[in-house]
Ligand binder design. Sequence first.
Ligand code: GRF
Length: 208
Amino acid sequence: MSRSTLLALGVLVSGRGSNLQSILDAARAPGYPARVAVVVCDRERAPALERAAAGGVPGVFLNPKDFADRAAYDAALGRTLEEHGVGLVCLAGFMRILSPPFIRRFAGRILNVHPSLLPAFPGLRPQRQALAHGVRVAGATVHFVDDGVDTGPIVLQASVPVLPGDTEESLAARILVEEHRLYPAAIRLFAEGRLRIAGRQVVIEETR
Ligand code: GRF
């Protein structure tokens, strides 16, 4: 597939960047239908920016302190993504809530990965929430982003067991393995034009 026919991804990050890494790694494989066009980060010293540099893709630090308010920040974010021709926005550990105008601007073109089996345990520290609740099964979800927090239509999910003696860290590590598998798979489905949002549900079309 020639570079120009690949779906251009804009990956938004704030920290470690292991999901970004899984996307960069997937995109290196022959035949993968997407490429990382730009990585945008809201924290200057995030390891994710080093991963972008090591992967040879542009990394942009957009400092929230440089903008008067969320609307101004999100407008600049949108401009940066459009300048790089981004067709799909991938949230990968991005710690800012996106404003409704940004979500409308990229409607149906924003994915997020969340380390729980949504709709259980949205928001912060879902692994800790899962342990506190005593669930036996936890997991990861890739979903489209809507105006709510972790509420959009679900694309893919995978479960992992919660084991006796699990800590937040051990459970998070088990879930992360699934995140790294699911996110590139969901991006592939989107890039192949196989995802259709029908109300709250996502229909995965068969390959033609
Ligand atoms: C992941 O667990 C992701 O699901 C959550 O934040 C974490 C980011 O990790 N939204 P990383 O930066 O991708 O390593």
